[in-house]
Design a binder for this molecule. Structure first.
Ligand SMILES: [Zn+2]
Ligand SMILES: [Zn+2]
Ligand SMILES: [Zn+2]
Ligand SMILES: [Zn+2]
Ligand SMILES: [Zn+2]
Ligand SMILES: [Zn+2]
Length: 263
């Protein structure tokens, strides 16, 4: 499980510090969007990091179709726990032996090597006695990995149109944010300029709003400064703006009433 997003990580990031509790998505978000190459757990500066499949990426099929818990036949011990992901050292050795097994982009996610090898299915999915549900889970698992990890991630991070290419698969990504913005207008859509400016998400993760709906998103998702009539991304950005641009009433602050400001 990823310590940042709490997702059951399908793939993990392994750096020289050998922490592997960060998922592939959070690792790329930090490195590409936040330009932060530190390990979120120990703050080690990981110049190089590997993204590789997490062996525990699928749960055991313990629930039969229809939702009723199925008593598992247990003639033997339960299936063995999935093996931990390979260590950084093992991955470095694997890359020295077989450089082609790894993808790294010249201008994409510097220092990141993505393991292209199709992982072995989790032991839980291969355990005998799982029946139809386990077979379906195994097929779903294989379907997800049919596209190699580096291709999945290049698509996920690509500057593509969320309307006509929501999975980033079909066409060349746009070269600049402006090109994407102009293309979206041909659909009558816009991405929120405050969200885009904040740079917390990849283009395909941002909703393409109908132009008329943008004010509703701004009011719902962001903080409005009534003095400037500008929107700020969240509480932190709003607070910074208020501190920098507007006066703060010292009397209120002393009385414990914070966040009251004057233009
Ligand atoms: Zn994560
Ligand atoms: Zn670490
Ligand atoms: Zn489009
Ligand atoms: Zn927004
Ligand atoms: Zn203001
Ligand atoms: Zn006051």
């Amino acid at each position: 499980m990823c310590v940042i997003c709490a997702d059951r990580a399908e793939a993990v990031a392994v750096g020289p510090c050998d922490h592997s509790e960060i998922c592939h998505h959070c690792c790329l978000r930090l490195r590409i969007l936040y330009r932060d190459a530190r390990c979120p757990l120990c703050k080690a500066d990981n110049a190089t990091v590997y993204l590789t499949a997490a062996a525990s990426s699928a749960p055991a099929a313990t629930v039969a179709e229809g939702g009723a818990p199925q008593p598992q036949p247990q003639p033997h011990a339960p299936p063995p726990p999935p093996p931990p992901p390979p260590s950084f050292e093992e991955l470095e050795a694997a890359r020295a032996r077989a450089p082609d097994r790894f993808y790294s982009g010249k201008r994409w996610a510097l220092g990141v090597h993505v393991d292209k090898a199709m992982p072995d299915p989790p032991p839980a999915l291969l355990a005998p006695g799982g029946g139809v549900a386990a077979a379906a889970a195994l097929r779903a698992w294989q379907g997800r990995w049919r596209v190699p990890l580096h291709v999945q991630l290049l698509q996920w991070t690509s500057r593509s149109c969320p309307v006509c290419d929501p999975l980033g698969r079909n066409r060349r990504p746009f070269g600049t944010p402006k090109e994407l913005r102009e293309h979206l207008l041909t659909h009558g859509r816009v991405q929120c300029p405050v969200c885009v400016q904040a740079g917390r998400r990849f283009p395909l993760e941002l909703e393409a709003h109908q132009i008329d709906d943008l004010p509703r998103h701004l009011a719902r998702a962001h903080k409005h400064c009534a003095f400037c009539d500008e929107y700020y991304y969240g509480d932190d950005e709003m607070y910074d703006h208020m501190k920098r641009k507007h006066f703060h009433c010292g009397i209120c602050q002393a009385a414990g009433t914070h966040h009251l400001y004057f233009a």
